[in-house]
Design a protein around this ligand. Structure first.
Ligand code: ADP
Length: 202
């Protein structure tokens, strides 16, 4: 069983690449951002709580996010492998994930980071925030024209959250010998191939 973390800053292309990888390898894809947005659309208690953080570009508190992630994994007892997209984003989430997977005799096989520079990413996100009605986003169940993609200040706050809370995970997975870096600039298919090269070498 192979379990992959797709890692990278906001806008790095994790969701886009996860779509290809889940089809190619039969992995089950869990995007914590998508699960939060689904809950917001359905006006659940979780959605209401998450929205107050997400709209500001802040991370949702660990306890809430970790419990939600565990519940999503538990719903898929027959999965052949998972792609975790947007999780973990803090050291506490990484540690909780390792313990949780170990209890289930599972483990992370690789953390694959999509690399791109901040200015390119900010432009991508602002464009995504303007693209209401894009079919590919709608198909993914995502709210097109995301509030958190429309305001440069909120986008910059997401990068600050990444730099202070998420970047330390690079060292965490490097210490386990599980960290792989992939160039996230180029054609979508080229980037998919780079990720596949990593997965096929595991
Ligand atoms: P992006 O990576 O483009 O910012 P996501 O859809 O992955 O988009 O996440 C959107 C928002 O959802 C984040 O800014 C954060 O508020 C919340 N979120 C998603 N995943 C997590 C997580 N693992 N921990 C805390 N908050 C999260």
């Amino acid at each position: 069983m192979i379990n992959i973390i797709l890692f990278g800053k906001p806008g790095a292309g994790k969701g886009t690449q996860a779509e290809f990888l889940k089809k190619h390898y039969g992995f089950f894809h869990i995007s914590t951002g998508d699960v939060f947005r689904y809950n917001i659309q359905n006006n659940t208690e979780l959605g209401l709580l998450a929205k107050s953080y997400m709209d500001q570009g802040d991370l949702v508190p660990d306890e809430v996010t970790i419990n939600m992630l565990k519940a999503e994994v538990e719903k898929q007892p027959n999965a052949q492998g998972f792609i975790f997209d947007g999780f973990p984003r803090t050291t506490a989430q990484s540690k909780a994930l390792d313990i949780f997977l170990e209890e289930k005799n599972m483990a992370i096989s690789a953390t694959i980071a999509l690399e791109a520079n901040d200015e390119i990413l900010i432009q991508r996100l602002l464009k995504r925030g303007q693209d209401s009605g894009r079919v590919d986003l709608l198909k993914r169940g995502q709210d097109s024209g995301r509030v958190d993609d429309q305001d440069e200040e909120k986008i910059r706050n997401r990068f600050d959250e990444y730099n202070s809370k998420t970047a330390p995970l690079i060292a965490y997975y490097q210490a386990q010998g599980k960290f792989y870096s992939v160039d996230g600039i180029g054609e979508i298919a080229e980037i998919t191939q780079r990720i596949q090269n990593v997965i096929d070498s595991l």
